[in-house]
Design a protein around this ligand. Structure first.
Ligand SMILES: Cc1cc2nc3c(=O)[nH]c(=O)nc-3n(C[C@H](O)[C@H](O)[C@H](O)COP(=O)(O)O)c2cc1C
Length: 259
């Protein structure tokens, strides 16, 4: 495919054909991922390929029962990983650290860059993907299922396979609302309303077009898309809880040792 067709044609795919992805194609996708930039070229990430039905069933629960976990032939989990590097340092009589929050962030950035490179390579080959935020939100459960050692934390993950749906292209906020030249220019109320105008309309319509979501919105008495975001989809309570899960897991995975 043309590069721009891949970039501008991206749509998250949540329904998959019952068709395997060949090892040859998977290898191409993974190799494209590995070519991503990486902090200090340390490649402080690991990619976990899950195809096994039983493991996918366990991950299905950890991924908040999203059906694509079961339906897609492959699940990719991209982890921040300083375990491998620390072992190499030990073998070479070099000081061993990378057990702090900065290192976690470096690994998380590396893992995310690899993930997106793999996603583009997959889409270029006619496959579809859908990221799952549950990878981080339930990192402790996923870490246990995937047998992650200390200094490894799941960051992003997605389903991968041949698309069985062709959803409409989702909107994006306008470029002028996202880009600042030279320095950050803070938004006036008028600018915010203008930037979110199309999103407010299209997003609300998407919810109203799905009977189950419309009913939920009415039951909660929600009046607009912004309220849907913080009173239904991402509540303060749920984000506090997930934050605590991540912080506790970082501690237990030896990424918060700042001594
Ligand atoms: C980090 C991340 C987490 C996501 N988590 C989920 C998820 O758990 N479930 C889901 O259906 N989509 C998830 N998505 C997909 C987004 O909903 C989707 O990218 C967005 O609505 C834009 O749609 P598009 O990708 O089709 O353009 C996630 C995307 C990202 C980048």
């Amino acid at each position: 495919m043309e590069f721009n067709d891949v970039i501008y044609g991206h749509k998250s795919i949540r329904e998959y054909e019952d068709k395997q992805v060949s090892q040859e194609l998977l290898d191409q996708i993974l190799e494209a991922g590995i070519r991503a930039s990486s902090s200090g070229n340390m490649q402080s990430y690991s990619i976990i390929v899950t195809k096994d039905k039983q493991l996918k069933e366990k991950l299905y629960t950890a991924h908040m029962e999203q059906s694509m976990v079961i339906d897609a032939p492959i699940l990719l989990t991209f982890c921040a990983d300083f375990n491998r590097m620390r072992k190499w340092l030990t073998l070479n009589d070099a000081p061993v650290h990378f057990d702090n929050f900065m290192s976690f962030m470096i690994g998380a950035i590396d893992a995310t860059l690899v993930a997106q490179n793999c996603a583009l390579a997959a889409e270029n080959a006619g496959l579809g993907i859908c990221y799952m935020g549950s990878t981080l939100a339930n990192c402790n459960q996923i870490g246990e299922i995937l047998n992650l050692p200390p200094n490894v934390v799941p960051i992003v993950g997605y389903s991968l396979g041949y698309p069985k749906e062709n959803p409409t292209l989702r909107d994006r906020l306008p470029k002028h609302g996202l880009v600042h030249y030279e320095q950050y220019s803070d938004y006036s109320n008028e600018e915010i309303l203008e930037i979110y105008k199309v999103r407010d309309e299209k997003g609300w319509k998407r919810y109203m077009d799905v009977p189950k979501l419309k009913e939920m919105t009415e039951q909660l008495g929600l009046k607009n898309l912004a309220q849907i975001y913080t009173m239904a989809k991402y509540t303060k309570e749920s984000h506090h809880q997930f934050s605590q899960t991540v912080l506790n897991y970082l501690e237990s995975q030896n990424f918060m040792n700042n001594k």
